[in-house]
Design a protein around this ligand. Structure first.
Ligand SMILES: Cc1ncc(C[n+]2csc(CCOP(=O)(O)OP(=O)(O)O)c2C)c(N)n1
Ligand SMILES: [Mg+2]
Length: 181
């Protein structure tokens, strides 16, 4: 969220090219800060500032596990955030830059972890999805029947599933993949 005394930024009239957002919809990107683990704490704070809105967060498995305990405070504060946990089994961004065995991380049951944090106190709903139809159903539920809950949707994707930006990066700089220590 940047400086703690500032409010979340409001997106400009011309939204991001890659993620067209409705006018007036704020957003924050981890790329500005460059540290994994940032997104969970940021989501907590953001939701606390914009109580009249619903925050949607998309967080990688490697990043989420660094600061996962903040979900506990989100529940205590009765936040209704929707978190998409992108589980691709490791540090795919790092794989694209410099591959190595250290980019594979021990897989967790992320929905199970959030269920354990929930522990029956507060309003929380979790789902683990593998297919597009399941994802669509989960979004419908999060926006409908569970709109009063913190919704945590773990999306299982292929380990090489990455952003278009990295595809471009590859095309422009194929030598990146051949870097040696
Ligand atoms: C504190 C910190 N440690 C290490 C890194 C290096 N790093 C950049 S991206 C990344 C992997 C993030 O993994 P994940 O959140 O699962 O996202 P994915 O790349 O798999 O989509 C790492 C370790 C970092 N940016 N910040
Ligand atoms: Mg990952």
């Amino acid at each position: 969220m940047g400086h703690p005394k500032t409010s979340p930024r409001i997106s400009p009239d011309i939204p991001l090219d890659i993620w067209p957002l409705p006018k007036g919809c704020g957003y924050e990107l981890q790329m500005q800060y460059g540290s994994i683990g940032w997104a969970v704490g940021t989501t907590l704070r953001y939701a606390q500032v914009v109580r009249n809105k619903r925050v949607i967060a998309s967080i990688g498995d490697g990043s989420f596990r660094v600061t996962a305990q903040d979900v506990s405070t989100m529940l205590r504060c009765e936040q209704r955030t929707i978190i998409f946990l992108i589980n691709n089994g490791g540090y795919t961004t790092e794989v694209e830059i410099h591959d190595g065995p250290y980019n594979v991380i021990k897989n967790w049951n992320y929905t199970g972890l959030v269920d354990a944090i929930h522990n029956g106190e507060g309003k929380c709903w979790t789902a683990k999805v593998l297919y597009e139809e399941e994802l669509i159903n989960a979004i419908d539920t999060a926006m409908g029947a569970k709109s009063d809950c913190l919704c945590f949707i773990e999306v299982i994707v292929h380990k090489d599933d990455t952003t278009l930006m990295f595809v471009y990066l590859h095309l422009m700089s194929p030598s990146m993949h051949n870097m040696k220590d």
